[in-house]
Design a protein around this ligand. Structure first.
Ligand SMILES: CC(C)(COP(=O)(O)OP(=O)(O)OC[C@H]1O[C@@H](n2cnc3c(N)ncnc32)[C@H](O)[C@@H]1OP(=O)(O)O)[C@@H](O)C(=O)NCCC(=O)NCCS
Length: 197
C-alpha cells in the first residue's frame, strides 16, 4: 500500500478505467493542453521541446509523424486514458523485426493522475500489445538512473535491470546515464522467433 497524493492506493490490482489506444489526429487539441499543463513536470524527463510543440499546430505535426510511423509498423504510438480522459502517452518505439523482434517502451502520466497505478497498468497493457498483436519477443526500456518511480513501474511489470548505459540521453542541457531494463515475451522458450500460432 503506497500513500501518494494523499490517498492510499494499492498498485497490486489492475487500475480500472485505464485504457490505451493508438493516437489520432483529433487528439491534437487535448494533447497540446496536456503537454502545456505538464510542461514543467515533464521537463527533467523529456527531450528539449520548442514552444511550438505545446500548441495544437505543433501537436498536429507530431501526430502526423506518429500516425505515419504507425502505418509503416515502425512504432505503436498510444495515448493513456483514465475513465475516458487523456492522462498521458505511451509508445512502443523502434520496432525491429528480423532476428531481434524487439522494441522499447516510453511513457508519461500527467501529474494530476500520478501515484495511482496508472503507469503501472498502462505498461502492463502495452506489453500485451507488444507480445500479442505485434508478436514481439522483447521489450526494452531506459530510465534516468535517478527516476525511481519509473523504475518501479518497470519492476512491477516484470522487467529486469540489465545495466547502466553511460551518458545515454541528453536532457536539461547535458548527458545522463540511464538504466537499461528488459522484458521477454511470456511465450519465450529460448528457441521460438515468434509466438506459437
Ligand atoms: C514515472 C511515472 C510514469 C510514474 O507514473 P505513475 O502513474 O505515477 O506510476 P504508478 O502510480 O504506477 O507508480 C509506480 C511507482 O512509482 C511510485 N511513485 C509514483 N509517483 C511517485 C512520486 N511522485 N514520488 C515517489 N514515488 C512515486 C509509486 O509509489 C510506485 O512505486 P511502488 O511500486 O514502490 O509503490 C510518472 O511519474 C511520470 O510520467 N513522470 C514523468 C515522466 C517520466 O519519468 N517518464 C518515464 C521516463 S523513463
Amino acid at each position: 500500500m503506497t500513500a501518494l497524493a494523499g490517498q492510499p492506493v494499492s498498485l497490486d490490482r489492475p487500475q480500472p478505467g485505464v485504457r490505451l489506444r493508438v493516437v489520432q489526429m483529433a487528439d491534437a487539441e487535448e494533447l497540446a493542453a496536456l503537454y502545456e499543463a505538464n510542461r514543467e513536470y515533464l521537463h527533467p524527463w523529456e527531450p528539449e521541446r520548442d514552444d511550438a510543440y505545446f500548441t495544437v499546430e505543433g501537436q498536429l505535426d507530431n501526430l502526423h509523424d506518429l500516425v505515419e510511423a504507425y502505418a509503416t509498423e515502425e512504432m505503436w504510438p498510444g495515448v493513456i486514458l483514465v475513465d475516458g480522459e487523456m492522462a498521458g502517452r505511451i509508445t512502443l518505439n523502434n520496432v525491429l523485426r528480423g532476428p531481434l523482434q524487439s522494441c522499447f517502451v516510453g511513457y508519461w502520466v500527467a501529474s494530476a493522475h500520478a501515484g495511482r497505478g496508472v503507469a503501472t497498468e498502462a505498461v502492463r497493457q502495452a506489453l500485451d500489445v507488444a507480445f500479442g498483436a505485434l508478436r514481439l519477443h522483447r521489450v526494452e526500456a531506459f530510465t534516468r538512473v535517478d527516476n525511481i518511480p519509473s523504475q518501479r513501474v518497470l519492476e512491477r511489470n516484470g522487467f529486469t535491470a540489465v545495466g547502466t548505459a553511460r551518458r545515454h540521453i541528453h536532457l536539461e542541457g547535458r548527458w545522463h546515464d540511464e538504466r537499461l531494463f528488459e522484458r521477454l515475451a511470456p511465450w519465450d522458450d529460448g528457441i521460438a522467433l515468434t509466438p506459437p500460432a
